[in-house]
Each structure stands twice: as C-alpha cells, then as structure tokens.
Design a protein around this ligand. Structure first.
Ligand code: FAD
Length: 397
C-alpha cells in the first residue's frame, strides 16, 4: 500500500469500479460503466464546478466524442464556435482560414461540471471533495481522510498529469525530461474584435502560443516541452506583448500547469489498475490536445472494466486492445514532432507553411479529426524531409 499517511479504516465500501478523478477522462469512464449497470465510485479532491487551467479548445474530434459518450451537443451556450483560424510565427501571419472547420471554445469549469453531472445522472456515486490518504493498487482500494476505504474490482486512475495512482504504481507520475508546461491568462474580450483562433508556432520551443476566444474573455497562453523552455515566463511575456501592448506583462498574473505532451505510457497501468487521460500521458505531442483523448481513453477503460467483469478475463488486456489506436496516433505524432521542431526545420517550416496553404488546411483537418497523423505525415511532411535531404528523419524521436 502506498500511504501518504496512515489512518484507521472505519468502514469499507465495495464497488465494481473505483475511479479517481472526475475530469473528462474519469467522467467518461464513469458514465460508460454506470450505464452498463456497474456500481461506480467517482472520487475527486474537488467539488464541482471547479477550475482547470486549459485553453478549452474543443476540436472536431472532441466534439464528436462528447456527443458519442455523454450525449452532449455543441449547440449550447457552454460553447463559442470559432470558424476563423490564423497560424502565425512570432506574430507574423503565415496561414489564414476564414472558413475553418469549427472549433468550439469553452471554459473548463462549466464543461467539466456538465460531464460530471451526466456521469452522476447515469448512476455513479460521488465522493467529492475528499482527500485520498492511501492508494493500494493490489487490492485495489483507496482510503479517504475521513477513514472510509473504497474498494473496487477495478481501479481507474483519471487524476491528471500529477496522478497519485501513477505515483502509487511507478513512484512518479511523469518523466521531467518529457513533460510539457503551459502558462495562461484570461484577458478582457475587448482586446480582440472577432472570434479568430490563433496558434503561434514561434511563441515557444517545441510548443506554441495560443489565443482562444471565449464567451466574455479570451484565453492567451504559451506551452511546450518544459526541458526545452527553461524560462517559459519570458516566452509568455513576449507573446502577451504581441497581443496586449497596453498591458504591462510584468503585472499580468498568469497560471501554470503541466501537461504530458506526448509522453504517453506504453503500458498504462498494472493488474486491475488502468490509467487514462493525462494520467496515461495521452496528450497530442504537436497540438497539445488532451480533452478528446481523455474522453476516449476513459470510455475505453470503462468498456474494458465491463468486459472483464462479465468474462473474468484480465482487464488490462481488454484495455490495451482498445487503447492501441490512441497509441498509434501518439507514436506517429511524436515522429512528426521530432521532424518539425528540430533545429534545421524550425526556421524552414514557417516559410513552407506560408508557401503551401494546404499545410494550414491539413493542420485544421487534423484538429477537426478529419484526417489522422498517418495521412498528414505522408502527404505533407515528407515533402519537407525530402527537401532537407532526409537527414532529420534519421534523428530519434
Ligand atoms: C495550459 C494548458 C492548456 C490546454 N489546452 C487544451 C485545449 O485547448 N484543448 C485540449 O483538448 N486540451 C488542452 N489541454 C490538455 C487538457 O487540459 C488535458 O489533457 C485534460 O484536462 C485531461 O483530462 P483528464 O480527465 O485526464 O485530467 P484532468 O482534467 O486534469 O482531471 C483530473 C481530475 O482529477 C482530480 N484529482 C487530481 N488529483 C487527485 C487526487 N489525488 N485525488 C482525487 N482527485 C484528484 C482533479 O481534481 C481533476 O478533477 C491543456 C492543458 C494545459 C495545461
């Protein structure tokens, strides 16, 4: 047992499925399993609604999964549709699409609360806000600060980038050399006059800056591989200055959070314990998109639990079979990332995008979930590799 503190257990409550964390991943696992009749405990350190630092960009893929898994449609005041898209490099426009596939912009406080409420309505029993004092991956069980012990036949770790379940299994949640880091601020809406979504590929190393319009505000941020950006705050101030010249960047208070930017776990869990979403490192290494994969992996883990409890077969095998699809995408994206962010290409890439509007469209189709990385790699990026003599392709990811 991994205990943060020992405490007397007063009562043990038994469930089919224990889920730690009720972000998009945990709520997706909960709704999937509860609808199939499993008894589900959904445990979170926070009561909902709660804040979560995030750009809140709901891609076409995310929108599809949220409808498929939660029955939630995008046509709600929870979302602001953005169909204008601008790709920039250090503030210079290198690609623009006035009629891009729609990106739905949302605030995670309200979005996550909606998903959580739908999981509860399906029958999941909530334990929140609670403090977890011990996790036993072998039982599996979790002990709460009030002395209750929750025991399950399967435990799902959906507790984000700094997952306590991953720490209980592996000693640490992520590899510091691989993890990403992002800084963000919500700004007044009057700084921008339209609903244009912007991605700036030059705002950070092995990452980017973003301006995402919202109902009532805009979210501005920068993020990328932490080890490649030792002074992310300097990148943030520079990018902020490009957009809000009237603001003193030194006085603007931003917030930071880690994101597992392509550092996915090849074996996400052990025995009867499965990791999903950020806890499993399922964030796109290029776009930083994590909400879609959190929901999808949560659904996969919920289905794997249903299968395993009905057949008596190992839950990990049932999960691995399903999650392989996401891993294939992550691995392909990592290879492409090594290509486009490597030093020889970094300065060539913006010019290539500028000259080939199809590259911006491909990026948007990728966000929309209309193509996958296999298509993108073959159709567009090999062209760059050929021009560079193929040398960067031989570098390891
Ligand atoms: C700056 C930034 C910008 C981003 N922008 C985007 C974007 O625009 N679009 C996109 O698709 N993705 C974006 N992402 C990624 C996205 O936020 C994550 O991939 C997504 O939130 C993962 O969902 P999750 O359910 O796995 O984890 P989370 O959303 O982190 O949820 C984890 C849950 O577990 C709970 N928890 C944590 N520890 C414990 C504990 N010990 N006990 C009990 N409960 C616990 C938390 O309270 C939380 O409710 C961004 C990330 C960052 C950092």
């Amino acid at each position: 047992m991994t205990g943060f503190q020992t405490r007397r257990i007063l009562v043990t409550l038994q469930f089919d499925l224990l889920i730690l964390g009720s972000g998009p991943a945990g709520s997706a696992a909960a709704i999937t399993a509860a609808r199939a009749g499993l008894s589900v405990a959904l445990v979170d350190k926070s009561a909902f609604p709660r804040d979560k630092l995030c750009g809140g960009g709901i891609t076409g893929r995310s929108a599809r999964y949220m409808t498929e898994i939660f029955g939630l449609q995008a046509e709600r005041d929870l979302f602001l549709p953005s169909t204008r898209f601008r790709l920039t490099f250090e503030g210079r426009c290198i690609g623009e699409e006035p009629k891009a596939p729609v990106l739905q912009m949302t605030m995670r406080r309200e979005f996550d609360a909606e998903l959580h409420a739908r999981a509860v309505a399906a029958g999941a029993q909530v334990f929140a806000p609670v403090r977890v004092t011990a996790i036993d991956p072998d039982a599996p069980s979790v002990t709460l600060a009030d002395g209750r012990c929750l025991s399950g036949r399967v435990l799902i770790g959906a507790d984000g980038a700094n997952s306590a379940v991953a720490r209980a299994l592996y000693g640490r949640a992520f590899d510091p050399a691989e993890i990403g880091f992002g800084l963000e601020v919500e700004l007044d809406r009057d700084l921008t006059d339209d609903n244009t979504t912007e991605i700036d590929l030059g705002a950070a190393q092995w990452g980017y800056g973003w301006v995402f319009p919202k109902n009532g505000s805009i979210t501005l941020g920068v993020g990328g591989v932490h080890a490649k950006n030792p002074d992310m705050k300097a990148h943030f101030r520079k990018y902020l200055a490009l957009h809000a010249a009237k603001l003193d960047p030194e006085r603007v208070k931003c917030k930071g959070a880690y994101l597992p930017f392509g550092a996915y776990r090849k074996q996400p869990g052990r025995g009867s314990v499965l990791l999903v979403g950020d806890a499993a490192g399922l964030v796109d290494p290029i776009t930083g998109e994590g909400i879609a994969w959190a929901m999808k992996s949560g659904q996969f883990a919920g289905e794997a639990a249903i299968d395993a409890l009905h057949t008596g077969k190992p839950v990990m095998a049932a999960y691995m079979r399903r999650v392989r699809y996401i891993h294939t995408e992550m691995a392909a994206a990592r290879r492409i990332r090594a290509l486009i962010y490597s030093t020889p290409v970094r300065h060539y890439f913006p010019r290539a995008v500028e000259r080939n509007p199809s590259m911006t469209r491909s990026y948007l189709k990728l966000l929309a979930g209309e193509i996958d990385y296999a298509d993108l790699g073959h159709r567009v990026l090999w062209r760059i590799a050929r021009r560079l003599g193929g040398s960067v392709l031989r570098r390891p990811a």
